[in-house]
Write a protein that binds this ligand. Structure first.
Ligand code: UDP
Ligand code: MG
Length: 356
């Protein structure tokens, strides 16, 4: 008994208030308040891989390749990237001279590579084909048409060096977009938020992903791809780099209304089941309403039988209305079942035909 007491006394390290050295060290560590992630003293240059989806881009590609070469020179001289850095042009089943141009670029510039998909898989999958198959410490994806300012790349790399695993390029203004495109796009971002889908406002697919983020992205197996909704689900520290969105350098938009609507719909249905819940709520509401209507009819019949009109409206209106609501409900259900069907099949999301 006596000995135990003496031992405990010694364990306290002889301090008057009875704290152990460990606890004192812990309190000092807390008082020092370490920052969330201290930046490394001098950011080491990284191996950068750029991924550029190209679909029928023969008009812009010559200029795009030149600008990418110039950018590489600048990044190297600024000590931001290493010599092993690469650029990957993903040919999404183009029908024009795009692949020929990519092959030529790969012959001239040893750091330039081409990935040819077996057919047109769509922008999101072309992007994914690049993201999941290239090597490097960081990957930056950007469109081929030079609408996204390449001068934002150094800042993206700096933000990555400061600890951001994901860096979003965000358009500061959409002056060059038509009023309709701007309005629909911005309303769409709002709608997504409303459905509980986390997206970065005015961010498209111009972004930097670190190796860890890419590894996490590879675990998302969905066929219905909406990358800008998936990336926020990865987590990690993020940063935003603003840039001016420019006019397309040359050629037509490869996103006709049909593709845009399909992407928009995928965005909602692949990430949110709120529309399904709406249909359920609407159904419940209408059921309650019809009960009330029946009650009202009964009351009229009991109180003022003379006023009962052999109702045309009361038969036809609910009939049409309910028919519409049911079709709506079935339609929304069908959409989701269709999505489930596609996911269950687990088909490959892209097929690579050739690489150079
Ligand atoms: N793109 C693609 N596959 C497609 C459609 C587009 O790889 O089926 C590429 C296209 O070459 C471009 C990027 O996706 O690099 C964005 O397309 P675009 O600039 O035409 O869209 P917008 O800027 O008009 O929305
Ligand atoms: Mg564009």
């Amino acid at each position: 008994m006596e000995g135990g007491g003496a031992d405990r006394g010694a364990g306290r390290g002889g301090t008057e208030d009875g704290t152990s050295p460990e606890i004192r060290a812990w309190r000092e560590a807390v008082a020092a308040r370490p920052g969330p992630m201290p930046p490394p003293p001098s950011p080491a240059p990284v191996v950068l891989a750029m991924v550029i989806p190209c679909y029928d881009e023969q008009e812009v590609l010559p200029e795009t390749v030149e600008r990418l070469a110039a950018l590489r020179g600048r990044l190297l001289s600024q000590g931001l990237i290493r010599e092993e850095s690469t650029v990957h042009l993903v040919d999404d089943g183009s029908r024009d001279a795009t692949w020929g141009l990519i092959e030529a670029a790969a012959r001239v510039f040893p750091w330039m590579h081409g990935i040819k998909l077996s057919r047109n898989h769509g922008h999101q999958r072309a992007l994914l084909a690049g993201l999941l198959t290239v090597e490097g410490d960081v990957v930056i994806s950007v469109d081929a048409d030079l609408q996204d300012d390449l001068d934002a790349v150094p800042e993206m790399l700096r933000r990555h060096a400061q600890g951001a695993e994901i860096v979003y390029g965000v358009r500061t203004s959409r002056k060059v977009d038509s009023f309709l495109k701007r309005w629909t796009a911005e309303s769409y971002y709002r709608l997504l938020r409303w459905f509980g889908i986390d997206v970065t406002f005015n961010h498209a697919d111009y972004r930097l992903l670190g190796r860890r983020a890419l590894r996490a992205l590879a675990d998302f197996g969905e066929v219905n791809l909406f990358l800008r909704g998936l990336v926020p689900l990865l987590g990690f520290a993020t940063a935003v780099v603003p840039y001016e969105r420019r006019e397309r350098f040359a050629g037509e938009s490869k996103y006709p209304l049909r593709k845009m609507l399909s992407l928009a719909w995928d965005g909602i249905t692949s990430l949110s089941s709120v529309p399904l819940r709406w249909v359920t709520k609407l159904g419940a509401l209408i059921s309650i309403l019809s009960f009330l209507l029946a009650g009202a009819a009964l009351v009229v019949r009991l109180v003022a039988p003379g006023h009962v009109v052999v109702g045309w409206a009361s038969t036809v209106v609910p009939l049409v209305f309910l028919g519409g609501v049911q079709l709506l409900g079935i339609g929304v259900l069908g959409e989701y079942i269709g999505k489930v069907y596609l996911e269950v099949k687990r088909r490959p999301r892209f097929v690579i035909e050739r690489r150079v």
